[in-house]
Design a protein. Structure first.
Length: 303
């Protein structure tokens, strides 16, 4: 990072933005736990709808319509964006379900696993080279899953589904020429008709909690704002920080979720589960070391 083009105060701002984004994401279980009695499916519907509504105002305020108009004028390219939209909706829905059913430890494990899933998908789909330490890291994650299956007799399916849905989302997202804010808006826009149809069906079936309960209704509307705010903070961090720095900050999110699961929701942590986390953490340490060692170096870099 050049000391001329990226002065220290800009790096400081980037770290602040990054910490804000990952701390907000890490605290999401506390927010979604407030929807007690509201099915995850209904919360997901409102999260999509109100995210789209909020982003309309935000995109207008920031004057960011140009890339969105360009994307919508090329319907043939919207296939990948629709794929991203369906994957992020699946990820959101699973996450809300994990919080509602008090499987936040599994959600935490899923997001710890995501970087290793990204490495594996990059090798399998994009034919990217996998460094030796990265291969060991992925192997440790696979071993952790096998141990949990063998000793507990069940797959941590929420963890795997969250990791693979978000990892595949990232894989597709790389192929979409839209920034984070514009991309999220187009994704929610494509999901909006499905969300409105589902909301209409819930209302006709008498199953909707909106707008009956004022507190729940306000929380449902707030879910759109809560979704977009950390993304904006992340965008501010991404413009100012190295990818390697962002990579280290990303562990803040699942770490906060891990402690919320233990200290707030009092979820039980068995010895086998703890061993699973230790294997994943070891794999992440190796992965991070490998990423740091392979980062671009330049004589103009100010460490």
């Amino acid at each position: 990072m050049s000391a001329i083009s990226h002065p220290a105060h800009e790096t400081g701002k980037g770290v602040t933005f990054g910490l804000t984004a990952y701390i907000l994401w890490g605290c999401f279980p506390l927010f979604f736990a407030l929807f007690e009695g509201v099915p995850a499916f209904e919360v997901l519907i409102h999260r999509v709808i109100w995210s789209c509504v909020f982003l309309v105002g935000l995109v207008t305020l920031l004057g960011r319509w140009a890339p969105i108009h360009q994307a919508l004028r090329q319907p043939r390219r919207l296939g990948r964006v629709l794929g991203c939209a369906l994957l992020i909706a699946l990820n959101w829905g699973l996450y809300i379900y994990a919080v509602e059913t008090r499987h936040v430890l599994q959600a935490s494990l899923g997001y710890f696993m995501t970087p290793l899933v990204n490495v594996a998908l990059g090798m399998l789909v994009l034919r990217e080279a996998m460094h030796r330490l990265q291969a060991v890291a992925v192997g440790l994650a696979a071993l952790a899953i096998v141990i949990q299956l063998g000793l507990l007799g069940e797959l941590p399916w929420i963890s795997l589904a969250l990791a693979f849905s978000f990892g595949t989302y990232g894989l597709l997202r790389k192929q979409v020429p839209l920034d984070g804010l514009s991309g999220l808006f187009v994704e929610t826009l494509l999901l909006l008709p499905l969300g409105l149809l589902a909301l209409s069906w819930l209302g006709q079936a008498g199953l909707s909690h909106f707008p009956g309960d004022i507190e729940i209704s306000l929380l449902l509307v707030a879910s759109g704002v809560i979704t977009a705010l950390p993304l904006l903070a992340f965008a501010g961090a991404a413009r100012r920080l190295r990818l390697a720095t962002l990579g280290f900050l990303m562990y803040i999110n699942p770490t906060i979720q891990f402690f919320i699961a233990l200290l707030v929701f009092r979820e039980p942590l068995s010895t086998v589960q703890l061993g699973t986390f230790l294997l994943i953490w070891t794999g992440l340490a190796l992965y991070s070391w490998s990423a740091w060692q392979s980062r671009p170096r330049s004589p103009a870099v100010a460490e």
